[in-house]
Design a protein around this ligand. Structure first.
Ligand code: ZN
Length: 228
């Protein structure tokens, strides 16, 4: 896999959060071992990991709140947002949480994430990792509200990827985050350059192939969540 040219998304003036490495971030959707990614380039003392996590949640829920209003519906915020370490996370019904994962639980309407895993991605791949994974999980929270039955399968995962792309582009479009010219092109190029999924979060049997995930994310990014 070739290294991805680092692009940058900068915070809007009113935001203290910088989202960097959108292109690299997207590799998270599809990447396996052996990624060589430059470190985030906007770390000059700006945001902590906790800042990025919190802002990703806030902006994503702001987006969906507004979007539901446009649909004449009311978005229901998640009930809880739970960091955990390793296997100490909350269970979801009969399902125990696992290390190196983030998930939405429809029972209780909460999102939980392995904070050690997330922070290692944030450190190694840039803060944008948070801005893909968190909106993906919120995509499931949205599915649970818009669909009669909630059962995870590949189609649901791909739709969550699409929602994540649509959320991110909407935040850029609204000025909540700002992107430099060419970001979208780099995004799509980097999607094409992505490698093989190997770990759980990236399991193609569960989430779709790399190509499917790239395509879904790109559809959302280009055309918005209504295209998902
Ligand atoms: Zn998912």
């Amino acid at each position: 896999m070739k290294p991805v040219t680092r692009d940058r998304i900068s915070p809007a003036p009113t935001s203290r959060t910088a989202l960097a490495g959108l292109a690299t971030v997207l590799l998270l959707l599809v990447a396996g071992c052996g990624i060589v990614a430059p470190r985030s380039m906007d770390r000059q003392g700006a945001d902590s990991f906790e800042d990025d996590i919190s802002t990703a949640r806030t902006l994503t829920e702001q987006f969906w709140t507004q979007h539901f209003q446009q649909l004449g519906q009311t978005y229901r915020p998640i009930a809880d947002f739970i960091p955990y370490s390793g296997t100490s996370g909350p269970s979801c019904g009969q399902e125990q949480s696992v290390a190196n994962n983030a998930f939405y639980c429809p029972i209780g309407h909460f999102i939980a994430y392995d904070q050690d895993w997330m922070e290692s991605l944030w450190s190694e791949m840039g803060d944008g990792s948070v801005y893909v994974i968190i909106p993906h999980e919120f995509g499931h929270a949205v599915q649970a509200q818009l669909q009669a039955s909630f059962r995870l399968n590949v189609q649901m995962e791909l739709q969550a990827d699409c929602y994540a792309g649509g959320t991110l582009s909407a935040l850029v479009g609204s000025g909540a985050l700002t992107a430099e010219p060419g970001d979208e092109d780099e995004l799509l190029l980097s999607l094409e350059a992505a490698g093989d999924p190997t770990d759980n979060w990236l399991d193609p049997a569960a989430h779709g192939t790399a190509e499917q995930r790239q395509s879904s994310f790109a559809t959302g990014y280009r055309d918005g969540v209504d295209a998902c």
